[in-house]
Write a protein that binds this ligand. Structure first.
Ligand SMILES: Nc1ncnc2c1ncn2[C@@H]1O[C@H](COP(=O)(O)OP(=O)(O)OP(=O)(O)O)[C@@H](O)[C@H]1O
Length: 656
C-alpha cells in the first residue's frame, strides 16, 4: 500500500510561491517597521513642539507654517468698497449686504497655544480646519471657502467696517426716509458686541449729521432685548413688553419706551444706558445677555409718523441655539427660541435676497418686531457675521459663515439638487484632495460683475468719514492723508487690552465632531504609504468638499419642538395673567366679604337672606376661578412634559 507522505510547507525560495507562513512573517516585519517609524515620527514631533515652545511659536508649528504657505500663494485682498453706493457715494438700490469680520487672537487663546486658522482675503474667507490623517501623524488642511460682499480681516478697524457697510444705511435712513437694519451674528465671544458698539457710536453721530438742519424731524431711540421669548425694555429697567399685531397687520411693541434726543451725545447716553443694562445682566446672571437678541432702534419722526428707522441688532450667540442637552428647562427653551428666531430671520432675509413677496416674519418674536425691516422697497439689510480666528473654534466659525452664506439664497429644490448638485460659491467644491490649493479668488462671485453699480472705494468712504470726524475734531485730523491700506486705528482699543474677558469656550471641538473627523479619516490609504508620501511631498494642502448640511426645511421633530416651545411661552403668559387676575379679583371679593361681615355682625337690622345669596355667589365665583386656573395649570404642565420629551429625543438642534 502506497504511503502518503505529509510534508511541511516549503520555505519560499526563488521561483517558488511564498507560503502562508512566509506571508505572515513578512506582514509582522512590516508592522514592526511601521510602528517604529511612527514612534520615531512621534518623538520628532515632541522634540519639535519642545523647540517651538522654547522659541515662543504659538500653536502647532506645522499647521501654522502650512497656513502661512497657503496664504503666500493667494492673491492680495481686493480693496473694500462701500456697500450700495453710486459713484457719488449715495446709497443705491441694493437691499442686502452680507459680510464677515474676523477678530484678532485673544490673550487666552494665545495662552492656550491656539493659533489663527482663518484667512480673510476680501471678499473671500477661508477657514483652515487643521486635521490629522488616521495615522495620527500626517497633517493636512481642510479648507472651506466662503465669498461675501466683504471679508474684513482683523486688521480692519470698526470705523472702516462702518464706513463700508453701515454709513450708506444711515444715509439711506436719514435722507431717503428708509428702514435699515444691521445684524451682528456669530458665536459667543466672536466680536458681535464689540462691532455693534462701534457701529452704534458712529451711527449716533452720523444720524444728526445727515438729518442736518431739518427742524421737522425728531430723533428718538428705543432699546429692547428678546430673551427666552420675552421682550424687555432696556431703557425702562427691563420692563416686560407685549408684541401685538393689529388689524392692519402692523406689529406693535406695546409700551416700548422711546427717548427723544436732540443731539448725538444724548443719543449715545441713551444707547450706553441700554448697553449697560444688558451688560450688567450678563455679569450677574452668568452670560445671560449673549442668550438674548438686543435691538437698538434710532427712529426719525415727523409728527407721529415714522419717516426713517435704523435698527442695530446684536443677535444671541449662534452656538447657543444648538444646545438641547442642557438639564435646565429654562436654558433648553431659550435655546429652542434662539434656534427658531435665527431660522426665521434667515428665511426673512432670504425672501429679500430672492425677491420673494412672502416674508415669514410671524415665525418668531424677533422677526415680528423687525417686520418693517423686510418691507420693500424702503428697506436695506446688512449682516455682519463675526468669527473667532482660533483653530479650536473652526466648527463654530464654519457654522456661522455657512449661516451667513445661506441667507443670501434659497436652497435648490430637492429634486433638481439630486439631478445636478448646485455649485455653491462658498463651500469648496474642488475635487478632494488636491495638492496646493488653487487661488481662492477664482470663484465667480469674487469678481465684480460688469452689471454691478459702481462702488465707492473704502478709501473714499474713509475720507468722507474722516472729513466729517475732522469737522468735529478740528481740521488737523481731516487733513491727514489716508493710509494706503486699512489698518487698525490708533483710537481702536488694542485687543490685548480688552481681551482678558475672552472666555475659552469649553468642550471644543465637541466629542461628536471629533468622532466625525475620525470617521471621515477612516478608509484613507495605507498609513505607511502616507508617512512615506508625506516625507516625499511635504505638508498636504487639501481643499475639501464638506458634507452638506440639510439645507431644506428643518426636520419635523425640530419644527414640533419650536411649536411646543411657542405654545409653552403662550401658556406661561396666559397662566401668569390668569393668576394675577385671580389675585386681583380675590382682593376685591375679600374687601366685599369684609364689608358684608361687618354689616352682619355690627348692624341690628340686616338682611341675612341677601348675605347668604351673595356669599353663595362669591364662593361660586371663587370655585370657578380655581377650576379655570387648575385647567390652565394642567395644560401648562402637559406642555412642559411635551417639551421635555421632545428635547430628549433631539440629540442636538441643527444650527441654522
Ligand atoms: N475686532 C476686534 N478687535 C479687537 N478686539 C475685539 C474685536 N472683536 C472682539 N474683540 C474683543 O473680543 C472679546 C469678545 O468680544 P464680544 O464681547 O464683542 O463678543 P460677542 O460675540 O458679543 O460675545 P457674546 O455673544 O458673549 O456677547 C471682547 O474682549 C472684545 O473686546
Amino acid at each position: 500500500m502506497a504511503e502518503r507522505v505529509l510534508s511541511r510547507p516549503q520555505k519560499a525560495s526563488s521561483g517558488k510561491r511564498p507560503s502562508t507562513l512566509d506571508k505572515i512573517q513578512a506582514m509582522e516585519k512590516q508592522r514592526a517597521e511601521r510602528r517604529q517609524q511612527m514612534e520615531e515620527r512621534k518623538m520628532e514631533m515632541r522634540e519639535e513642539e519642545k523647540r517651538n515652545a522654547e522659541l515662543g511659536v504659538i500653536g502647532d508649528a506645522d499647521f501654522v507654517r502650512m497656513i502661512g504657505e497657503w496664504r503666500e500663494q493667494q492673491p492680495c485682498s481686493q480693496p473694500h468698497v462701500a456697500f450700495d453706493c453710486d459713484a457719488g457715494g449715495r446709497a443705491k438700490g441694493k437691499e442686502l449686504c452680507i459680510c464677515a469680520r474676523k477678530r484678532p487672537m485673544g490673550k487666552r487663546e494665545v495662552a492656550a497655544n491656539d493659533h489663527d486658522a482663518v484667512s480673510c482675503q476680501n471678499p473671500v474667507v477661508v477657514v483652515h480646519d487643521c486635521r490629522h490623517r488616521v495615522d495620527g501623524i500626517t497633517k493636512y488642511l481642510a479648507n472651506t471657502k466662503f465669498v461675501f460682499d466683504h471679508a474684513f480681516s482683523e486688521a480692519v478697524a470698526t470705523d472702516d467696517v462702518y464706513a463700508c457697510v453701515c454709513e450708506p444705511l444711515v444715509d439711506f435712513v436719514a435722507r431717503k426716509r428708509g428702514r435699515a437694519t444691521v445684524f451682528a451674528y456669530g458665536q459667543t465671544g466672536s466680536g458681535k458686541t464689540y462691532t455693534m458698539c462701534g457701529i452704534q457710536r458712529r451711527a449716533a453721530r452720523d444720524t444728526f449729521d445727515f438729518v442736518g438742519d431739518d427742524a421737522t424731524i425728531v430723533v428718538g431711540v428705543s432699546f429692547f432685548e428678546i430673551y427666552g421669548g420675552r421682550c424687555q425694555d432696556l431703557l425702562r429697567d427691563r420692563a416686560r413688553l407685549q408684541v401685538r399685531e393689529d388689524g392692519k397687520g402692523e406689529v406693535n411693541v406695546v409700551d416700548l419706551g422711546e427717548d427723544v434726543v436732540s443731539n448725538s451725545e444724548e443719543l449715545l447716553d441713551a444707547i450706553d444706558r441700554g448697553n449697560r443694562l444688558r451688560t450688567t445682566q450678563r455679569t450677574r446672571a452668568n452670560d445671560a445677555s449673549s442668550r438674548s437678541h438686543a435691538v437698538c432702534q434710532i427712529v426719525l419722526r415727523r409728527g407721529p409718523a415714522v419717516v426713517g428707522k435704523l435698527s442695530l441688532v446684536d443677535l444671541a450667540g449662534s452656538e447657543r441655539g444648538a444646545d438641547t442637552r442642557s438639564h435646565s428647562r429654562q436654558l433648553r427653551t431659550e435655546s429652542a427660541e434662539i434656534n427658531k428666531s435665527l431660522l426665521a430671520l434667515k428665511e426673512c432675509i432670504r425672501s429679500l435676497a430672492t425677491n420673494d413677496s412672502h416674508v415669514p416674519f410671524r415665525a418668531s418674536k424677533l422677526t415680528m418686531v423687525l417686520r418693517d425691516s423686510f418691507v420693500r422697497p424702503h428697506c436695506r439689510v446688512a449682516m455682519i457675521a463675526t468669527v473667532s480666528p482660533s483653530v479650536s473654534a473652526t466648527d463654530h466659525t464654519i457654522n456661522t459663515l455657512r449661516y451667513a452664506d445661506r441667507v443670501k439664497e434659497k436652497p435648490a429644490p430637492a429634486s433638481s439638487a439630486a439631478a445636478a448638485p448646485p455649485q455653491k460659491n462658498n463651500e469648496n467644491t474642488a475635487p478632494p484632495p488636491v495638492l496646493n490649493a488653487s487661488p481662492c479668488h477664482q470663484g465667480a462671485a469674487a469678481t465684480p460683475r460688469a452689471a454691478d453699480p459702481p462702488r465707492r472705494s473704502l478709501e473714499a468712504a474713509r475720507r468722507s468719514l474722516d472729513s466729517r470726524q475732522g469737522g468735529r475734531r478740528g481740521n488737523k485730523d481731516a487733513s491727514k492723508p489716508p493710509s494706503p491700506r486699512p489698518s487698525p486705528r490708533a483710537d481702536s482699543p488694542s485687543f490685548d487690552d480688552i481681551s482678558s474677558s475672552l472666555d475659552p469656550i469649553p468642550g471644543w471641538p465637541p466629542a461628536e465632531t471629533r468622532a466625525r473627523r475620525e470617521r471621515d479619516d477612516r478608509g484613507v490609504a495605507d498609513p505607511v504609504a502616507l508617512v512615506a508620501d508625506r516625507a516625499a511631498r511635504g505638508p498636504l494642502l487639501v481643499d475639501e468638499v464638506r458634507p452638506e448640511d440639510p439645507d431644506g426645511p428643518p426636520p419635523e421633530s425640530v419644527m414640533e419642538l419650536h411649536r411646543t416651545v411657542d405654545s409653552l411661552f403662550e401658556e406661561e403668559e396666559a397662566l401668569l395673567n390668569a393668576h394675577m387676575n385671580m389675585i386681583q379679583e380675590n382682593a376685591e371679593l375679600l374687601t366685599e366679604e369684609g364689608r358684608m361681615l361687618q354689616q352682619v355682625q355690627g348692624e341690628d337690622e340686616y338682611d341675612i337672606d341677601a348675605y347668604v345669596a351673595r356669599l353663595d355667589a362669591i364662593l361660586d365665583t371663587k370655585a370657578n376661578q380655581i377650576d379655570s386656573l387648575r385647567t390652565r395649570l394642567r395644560n401648562f404642565s402637559q406642555k412642559l412634559k411635551e417639551e421635555e420629551n421632545q428635547s430628549k429625543s433631539l440629540r442636538r438642534m441643527p444650527l441654522y
